[in-house]
Design a protein around this ligand. Sequence first.
Ligand SMILES: [Zn+2]
Length: 210
Amino acid sequence: MTRVEVDKIIDKLTDSFNLNKFDEVGVQEAYCRKLLNLDYRQMEVAVDALIETDSKYVPPISVLIKAYRDSKPNPAMIANAEYCSVCDDKGYVLMTEYRKFTDNTTIPYQYVLHCNFCPVGRAQSYNGMDCKNAECRTNYYTPPITRYFDENEIENMRESNIARKNYKLTQFEIDEIKIVFKKFSYKIPELRPFEIEHGDAWEGDEKCPF
Ligand SMILES: [Zn+2]
């Protein structure tokens, strides 16, 4: 999390628990150092869970970390506080691998890699073998981007995403896109009263079968 997010968590801890040792030398710094490596949303969920335990004291770092590991935020609620130029805030990158077969045909296969540079991406991390229920385990998994792309390739991803994000369409390009869209769209005709047919399946006094 960012420094601002760390401060929000510290404030939340201070406000939610009656007693803390944040005014003692080095205590708050120790919390901050640990928090900086963790995900803000997940820690928020963890702190909310700890608040419900009704303790008077701000939990020690070890308890906070345990609650953090136990907390599973809803992936749909996770958002990047800062734009992730690696994955364009999508949380994943598709990798195409071309497989050659004995009959000389080549077929492209696409794989999903999770972005390990941002919270949205880390929420997309999945390993079917980690499932607690042994019967549900699968071989499917989403490896991190860094397993298949080196530093230079990741830097290229960043540059192309930033360039695309900053690119401003010219009026000519906007007009061209409008022309293309017009080819695919057509006007939905107005519904005229005489075209409305009443109840094929259920009519008037009949009892609704559903
Ligand atoms: Zn990302």
